[in-house]
Design a binder for this molecule. Structure first.
Ligand SMILES: [Zn+2]
Ligand SMILES: [Zn+2]
Length: 342
């Protein structure tokens, strides 16, 4: 089968023929029809993130069941499916409590084991969910970033219960655009904040379709605009979907006393900030990582009901063999979501 293979540290990846995976107990072989390129795939392809080389990346996919392994119930060849990337061991204290995203022996498709930048991918049946008849493969391949945003929005719990509450979302990439939609579903007034480059990529224009207000932080003061929109009260919640250090101070400053700072973005560097602001204003801070199968299923349901839309985020589509062209688009930072069709 044709696959994109990342062989080593540093730049470069290859498109080549590799053996189709063989099935073990509980596995399913999926013929990949759509696979999205995730922000987390970029450092893997660039070779700046260590993975067990050689690796076929790709975890945001949908396709058809091609073959089921021994011990698999509930799936048959031809079923249209999507898959969550988290593979929990099923036995540790986190898996048992339903938080398999924190599994002691966590395995993620396309990160720790071969993924879906290929014609076929092998996954445990327990990661799969069936798509409704009318759900396209591109939509099925879009659930992963929705679920990453949803775990945070869900965890905000009673912090956001009224249309009078204001939530600020930093970062209008896919996860931030889904966070804006999900926070609207929860009833909040949503402010989406972009930075340099987001306008050129069309992210702010799309954010304005989902959020009540959009702020371009490269052109205007976030603190001033949030104060204006909230009549001086400040935001009730901030969700970071960037992992960019400058967001931290800004987030803490736009929150009202007792507000909540929820972190979805992954910070790769230490951040220097004034923690005194957290104490003085009694701000609550928490983070979430990835999502559980249950949250993934909830997001598939919301997307299939039309409560969350994914199609407008897909700005580019390429055949798998055109991975070099897709890579050029990523480098030029002109895309929101790129779908590959193996
Ligand atoms: Zn992803
Ligand atoms: Zn576990």
């Amino acid at each position: 089968m044709l696959a994109v293979v990342k062989e080593h540290q540093g730049p470069g990846f290859s498109l080549r023929d590799v053996p189709t995976p063989s099935l073990r107990y509980g596995d399913v072989l999926v013929r990949v029809r759509s696979v999205g390129i995730c922000g987390s795939d970029v450092p893997i392809l660039a070779g700046t993130r260590a993975v067990p080389w050689p690796l076929i990346p790709g975890h945001e996919f949908a396709g058809d069941v091609a073959e089921v392994g021994p011990g698999v119930d509930g799936f048959k060849a031809g079923d249209r499916v999507t898959s969550c990337l988290v593979i929990g061991c099923g036995n540790c204290r986190f898996c048992v409590s339903g938080a398999e995203n924190l599994c002691d022996h966590l395995v993620e498709t396309g990160i720790h084991v071969n993924g879906a930048f290929a014609e076929y991918v092998r996954v445990p049946a327990k990661t799969l969910l069936k798509l409704r008849d009318g759900t396209s493969y591109d939509v099925g391949a879009s659930i992963d970033p929705v679920a990453s945003a949803w775990r945070t929005v869900k965890a905000l719990g009673s912090a956001l219960i009224s249309p009078l509450d204001t939530a600020v979302v930093f970062g209008p990439g896919p996860i931030g655009l889904y966070a804006a939609q999900l926070l609207k579903l929860r009833g909040a007034c949503v402010i989406s904040v972009g930075a340099d480059g987001d306008e050129a990529a069309g992210r702010l224009a799309l954010a304005s379709k989902f959020a009540d207000h959009v702020i371009d932080s490269s052109k205007e003061s976030v603190a001033e605009r949030v104060a204006e929109i909230t009549n001086g009260r400040g935001a009730d919640a901030v969700q970071d979907c960037t992992g960019a250090p400058p967001v931290v101070d800004c987030a803490l400053n736009v929150l009202r006393p007792c507000g909540t700072f929820a972190i979805t973005g992954l910070f790769h560097r230490p951040v220097e900030t004034n923690l005194g602001r957290i104490t003085r204003a009694e701000i609550k801070v928490f983070g979430t990582i990835c999502y559980t199968r249950r949250e993934f299923a909830e997001c598939l349901e919301m997307v299939e009901r039309g409560q969350v839309v994914t199609e407008p985020l897909v700005t580019h589509r390429f055949a798998l063999s055109e991975i070099d062209r897709a890579w050029e688009v990523i480098q030029a930072k002109r895309s929101i979501k790129i779908m590959l069709h193996p």
